[in-house]
Write a protein that binds this ligand. Sequence first.
Ligand SMILES: [Fe+2]
Length: 335
Amino acid sequence: MNETKGKPRILLLEDDFALAEVMRELFAEMGAVTEAVPSISGAVKALRSFSPDVIVIDLRLADGNGIDFVEYVRQREEGRAIPIIAVSAVADKSVISSARRKGVDEYLVKPFHPAELLAIIRNHLQRQKAIAKLASREAHIQTVKMLTNVMEARSKYRRGHSERVRRYAKILGEALGWSEEDMVFLEFGALLHDIGKIQIPIEILEKPGPLTPEERALIETHPQAGAEMLREVDHLKPVIPYVLYHHERCNGSGYPFHLPCKEIPPEGRLIAIVDSYDAMVSNRPYRAAKLKEVALAELMRDAGVLYDEGMVRVFVEVMQGDVLNSHDKTDNDSR
Ligand SMILES: [Fe+2]
């Protein structure tokens, strides 16, 4: 049983045994496991017991029309998203469009080239994988968002900050050409960068006047406190650099380690820019929000001193672009 684990599963409904055997071998070459059934009743059983990733179906069968099975699959919860590829000797256009209407995704007219069928199956499997990955990432993001919302609910000044930082971070990461994998962690890192602040009393976070040295020291524990929290969660460990280094500054004036630019991981350098930007354009207990242009000019002024010079340049460029103006609009509207 274990030999088939992780392999794509193809349910083949074909009543020509010789052809079914040829197709089974063909699918085996691409690493798939095939359950071949000659009848609709067999296919109905296999849909449940085999849970296929893809269904390949001959429409003209000894015990009926394959389309009946397609309709059956589409009515089932578990069958709604399974790609169905029909093979048939019938090339009639109205038959093809009716099959599509009833739920067939692809229609191949016999005789077809095996490579064509394999390419179609591969394509569907890849898309399914990508969708599954996205769906689980989105589910995790939702959970993490809830966590940051709970934290930010304590303070009207913080509300929405993590979500905006996530948006700016995504824009900058994409503009920098970061890989898809990096972008996954970046989103979590941006959302969670201030999670350690949960340990700081709200009176200190929202103090309108200047902080005492003790209060400042307490606030400066939040990157390490947040990193500690994430160390307990296996799949979030790659996110730690975003949390731990987002207050480091290029000239060594940051915290907690006072690192110089070249020793600050890129994750920390990136969040430093977008976090500071959002802080500048938001109201704070001790000052009003700055205009976007003023904030960008300030980032430029501090490029190479506080922030990574190259990253600031890319950020300012992209923020001044048209696409970004519409993002900002959404932000302001939601505030
Ligand atoms: Fe922070």
